[in-house]
Design a binder for this molecule. Structure first.
Ligand SMILES: Nc1ncnc2c1ncn2[C@@H]1O[C@H](COP(=O)(O)OP(=O)(O)OP(=O)(O)O)[C@@H](O)[C@H]1O
Length: 581
């Protein structure tokens, strides 16, 4: 438990000092909690003496008692408030920082991270896991550490009146500590299982929602419903099993606490009956025993929450320790934008996808990449943007190895238009502004006009302020593509990486998209995964990829003279686009 509390304290970083100050407030809070009981016991003693004719209850005593009571209650309130205001907001502050930190980290890790880790794992880390610590972390520090402080203070108070009652209290606490230890070892076993079940439920839910169009299209509701039901059912069973696991230890620890309470009542009654302590002190001791054991009970309950927090911290630590791609890179301002691949090889996990590729894209020229599906075209583009690091060889931009450049200073120079466009659940205006967050409305309208999307935007109910569904679900494929071109145009980066749409788009839409692309690429260094004949033929250089390696390279005029993949590919494209040979 000490290690878990230590971890939580470390997690609070520079705010730890506030937690320590909170402990001091907590000590005084307990003292002021005990004080009214002591005053009440003292008052009772005076009343009893007065009833026995001693005339102990003078008006001045009543006034002092009343004032002391008011001070005790006010002190309790003040220290309670000071403790809460010093400690409790720490969790929210640290969690907010952690979320921003993880968000920043996710931008800098290799894309492979997102394939290795399920979306549910990442989502739960930044949402539910951090929320769990946010909600319970500081509370647990309060309940456990401040609980110990309270219990220690109250036992001291008991010892002050009679050692035998203090010993009975200590025996009760020791017994409950033993059951607590057993409860904690159970929690230790269960925490990772609980975490996995939670991640599985989140992953299944995300998959269910994301895959909804496919589910509907293929009438496979049963298939996905089954997997989501399985995850929920498993979650339910695991939670019930965990609860059943805890039950015997929980009951034993409650029993030990109640037995100890009874023990204190018995010892203090025996002391009172033998006139070793007055009746009023006995009543005070009985009240203290309830306060002590309610604290111990809360501490025991907190201990298995602490184990879940431990597992959550493990997960967050693992995420924080993820190797970022640009750990040893520097902010470099690139001056030139020719792209040079030298003997580049790369593979996902153990499967090699790019094999010893060397070529140059001279500045201000267009290089088209063509090749069969799965030949590695997209991978090549992802390597330039450093979504992954190459395994062998190097990629240079303007003579600088991209490994030396931080992701942020590298990507500042690139606009990437993916074939599958993702739009955020935000307004059209903000989706375009994603390319340049400080762009004015005039600038956005100007690029939208060039990217041929202004007209369709104006036809929407709220124009540029129209909300886009998550992922762009409320727009057509062609509209999304043009919006992403406007976004790239607004960024105005010197390097453009473009994955030309393969989806069949109606001729009018295609014409619009081509006009938008022409406006985007003017005067830039362009690498384009090309599918259309016009794009391929107009490129300054064509790279033909096959099975991860360069099969052919040259201009269209050079390559049509050669027998090879390009000629075959061209014939297929011509047939597809209705060209005659
Ligand atoms: N994240 C990934 N993890 C593992 N393998 C991958 C991953 N992405 C792509 N691949 C594999 O790498 C190979 C090259 O994929 P890539 O997407 O680069 O091909 P492509 O030429 O762009 O294909 P297409 O024209 O169909 O888009 C394929 O065999 C693909 O299955």
């Amino acid at each position: 438990m000490v290690r878990s509390i230590q971890r939580l304290l470390n997690w609070t970083g520079t705010r730890r000092k506030r937690i320590y100050i909170g402990f001091v407030y907590s000590f005084f809070h307990t003292l002021f909690t005990a004080l009214p009981v002591i005053i009440a016991a003292y008052s009772l003693k005076l009343i009893l003496e007065d009833m026995n004719g001693k005339e102990s209850l003078a008006t001045s005593s009543i006034v002092y008692i009343a004032i002391s009571m008011v001070i005790a209650v006010a002190g309790r309130f003040m220290f309670g408030y000071l403790r809460a205001s010093t400690q409790e907001s720490v969790g929210y502050e640290v969690t907010a920082e952690q979320r921003i930190h993880i968000g920043g980290l996710l931008k800098r890790v290799s894309l492979g991270f997102f394939y290795r880790k399920k979306a549910g794992d990442i989502t739960s880390a930044v949402t539910t896991d951090l929320s769990f610590i946010e909600m319970h972390g500081m509370k647990m520090i309060d309940v456990i550490v401040n609980g110990y402080i309270s219990v220690f203070t109250l036992v001291l108070c008991l010892a002050f009146y009679h050692y035998a009652v203090a010993l009975a209290a200590i025996a009760g606490i020791a017994c409950s500590a033993l059951f607590l230890k057993l409860l904690r070892s159970k929690s230790e076993e269960n925490a990772p299982i609980h975490q996995q079940a939670k991640d599985r439920m989140i992953s299944a839910t995300i998959e269910y929602i994301r895959g909804m169009p496919e589910v509907k299209a293929y009438h496979q509701q049963g298939f996905t419903k089954e997997s989501i039901h399985k995850a929920y059912e498993m979650g339910k069973e695991i939670n019930i099993k965990i609860e059943k696991n805890y039950m015997p230890y929980n009951s034993l620890h409650l029993l030990s606490l109640h037995a100890a309470s009874t023990g204190i009542v018995a010892v203090s009654a025996w002391l009172a009956m033998n006139e070793i302590i007055p009746l009023s002190t006995m009543i005070m001791m009985v009240i203290f025993s309830f306060v002590i054991f309610s604290q111990v009970e809360a501490m025991n309950n907190a201990s298995h929450v602490l184990k879940v927090i431990d597992a959550t911290l493990d997960k967050l630590e693992e995420m924080n320790e993820t190797e970022v791609l640009d750990k040893h890179s520097k902010e470099i301002h690139l001056e030139k934008f020719d792209i040079q691949f030298t003997n580049v090889s790369f593979g996902y996990e153990r499967r090699q996808v790019i094999r010893d590729v060397s070529f140059t894209v001279p500045e201000h020229t267009t290089t088209a990449i063509v090749g069969p599906s799965g030949s590695g075209k997209t991978t090549l583009c992802k390597l330039i943007a450093r979504f992954y690091d190459v395994d062998q060889g190097q990629i240079e931009i303007g003579g600088v190895n991209i490994r030396e450049v931080t992701s942020e200073s590298l990507l500042k120079n690139m606009s990437i238009v993916f074939q599958k466009v993702y739009l955020f659940h935000d307004t059209i205006l903000n989706n375009i502004r994603f390319g340049k967050p400080d762009a004015t409305l005039e600038e956005v309208v100007e690029v939208s006009q060039k990217a041929r999307c202004h007209e369709f935007i104006m036809a929407l109910p709220d124009g540029y302020d129209t909300m886009v569904g998550e992922g762009g679900s409320t727009l057509s494929g062609g509209e999304k593509q043009r919006l992403s071109i406007a976004r790239a145009m607004l960024k105005d980066a010197p390097i453009i990486i473009l994955d030309e749409a393969t989806a069949s788009i109606d001729p009018e839409n295609e014409h619009e998209i081509q006009a938008a692309i022409s406006a985007l690429v003017a005067g830039k260094t362009i690498l384009i995964i090309a599918h259309r004949l016009a794009t391929i033929q107009n490129a300054d250089q064509i790279i033909v990829l096959d099975n991860g390696g360069i099969a052919q390279r040259g201009t269209h005029e050079d390559l049509i003279k050669e027998v090879g993949i390009y000629k075959n590919f061209l014939q297929i494209r011509k047939r597809a686009e209705g060209w005659s040979l």
